[in-house]
Design a protein around this ligand. Structure first.
Ligand code: ADP
Ligand code: MG
Length: 406
């Protein structure tokens, strides 16, 4: 059971424990201002076990018509297995998969991949080397006549901006062009849903950023519903309509990128989606005592008087904090590390109580390592917070430690 943030809005007044997915789903519908879009794909309580472990653990998720939803999580958390279950390449040990309202898999049966209207884009693009670009794209159009195939291929090559490369073979193309051919080929039969597993992992870093904008444009222009998978939080936040953050075979939170980033419901989500520091705080009558001074309770999202007298951890990101070099006697802690990112410096500060936090400064504000500093909160939003951890280190913390900078 992941720890839940208690920052929730008024709807989650009950303090009972909820399964992560249930909570995430309800929050999602609360923040949804659109009309209720049609659900294209739905996983309900899906479990997939291998001999040694549970790869997917009671996972529930809905994918809406026309959206690009990204499964984001660390390596081994079950993203690929989930995608393969959607495609019909794996059959679930429990739970149901619905595609276009019909059950395509449950404990008793599973519709084969070729009988589901699902498109797959493989990591290595899997193009036929001996076929031309046009022939690759036409490959899946077995039911169309020649004229129709020709029309569709031209339309798709236009969409992916490769009309001038119709007759080229894959070895004559760049990595980005090969990816666009793979995309056009998967889109050709007009699948109900397109599944992409780590689609940018075979591209070099510069091309990756360029191609993620391009792939998003193509998917949106095609109007296709898509699920992509990545372990890269920046990629997920930048291309997706919604992000489902996975940990240990489960979805911990699903929502719009800005919603999961700004209102992470667990420490895991907070740490996985960027640099996260936690202040060990205590809620008192009318104030919150922290190692960098006292805050008004209103600065913490949804903190009620009910929590007076309890300990809590307050989430602070680098852009929420500023460090100023001061005399030792006035300091809150010391600078222990400096990370230069180009536009900014991120200073890691060890506070007197041992808490580690990050402070982001303009690239010209160079502070020396070892200096005593005062740390101030400079956030124009309310802060998320979490109940204290219970002693032993959880899997969540191990992962979040590994994604923090050294
Ligand atoms: P991800 O894509 O998030 O990296 P995967 O879905 O590939 O994760 O794997 C989830 C877990 O299931 C991993 O621990 C992995 O070792 C295990 N796993 C995946 N596929 C198999 C398989 N065919 N046989 C046994 N274990 C598997
Ligand atoms: Mg994978």
């Amino acid at each position: 059971m992941p720890e839940r943030s208690r920052h929730d809005d008024s709807d989650t007044m009950d303090r009972t424990h909820h399964d992560a997915t249930t909570t995430a789903r309800r929050r999602e519908s609360d923040t949804d201002t659109d009309r209720d879009p049609e659900t294209v794909l739905e996983l309900d309580g899906v479990v997939k076990e291998y001999a040694a472990e549970t790869a997917v653990d009671s996972l529930s998720l809905s994918v809406r018509e026309g959206e690009l939803l990204t499964l984001l999580g660390p390596s081994g958390c079950g993203k690929t297995t989930t995608l393969r279950t959607m495609a019909g390449l794996e059959r679930p040990d429990a739970g149901t998969v619905r595609l276009g309202g019909e059950v395509v898999a449950d404990e008793t049966h599973s519709v084969n991949p070729e009988n589901r209207d699902v498109g797959l884009v493989f990591q290595d693009f899997a193009l036929f080397p001996h076929l031309t670009v046009a022939e690759n794209v036409a490959f899946g159009l077995t039911e169309a006549d020649e004229a129709e195939t020709d029309r569709r291929v031209s339309e798709l090559l236009d969409l992916v901006d490769l009309s001038g490369h119709r007759d080229a073979t894959p070895d004559e193309l760049s990595g980005g062009q090969r990816q666009r051919v793979a995309l056009a080929r998967s889109l050709a039969p007009e699948p109900d849903i397109l599944l992409l597993d780590e689609p940018f992992s075979n591209l070099d870093v510069r091309l990756r950023v360029e191609m993620r904008e391009e792939v998003r444009r193509i998917l949106k222009e095609a109007g296709v519903t898509a699920v992509s998978v990545t372990h890269d939080q920046e990629e997920a936040l930048s291309i997706s309509d919604r992000v489902a953050v996975m940990n240990d075979g489960r979805v911990e939170q699903v929502g719009r990128p800005e919603s999961v980033f700004e209102h992470p419901e667990s420490r895991f989500v907070a740490s996985f989606l960027g640099q996260a520091g936690f202040l060990s705080a205590r809620s008192e009558e009318g104030t919150v005592v922290t190692p960098i001074g006292n805050f008004a309770p209103q600065r913490l999202n949804g903190l009620t008087t009910e929590y007076a007298g309890t300990d809590l951890d307050v989430l602070v990101r680098p852009d929420d904090l500023r460090a100023t070099v001061v005399e030792e006697s006035e300091a809150d802690g010391h600078i222990v590390h400096r990370q230069y990112t180009g536009p900014s410096f991120v200073y890691r500060v060890e506070l007197h109580n041992g808490d580690l936090v990050h402070c982001q400064h303009n690239h010209v504000e160079e502070l020396d390592i070892g200096k005593p500093v005062r740390v101030e909160l400079d956030a124009d939003h309310t802060l998320a917070w979490y109940p204290p951890r219970d002693g032993e280190e959880s899997a969540t913390e191990r992962v979040s430690d590994s994604v923090r900078p050294r």
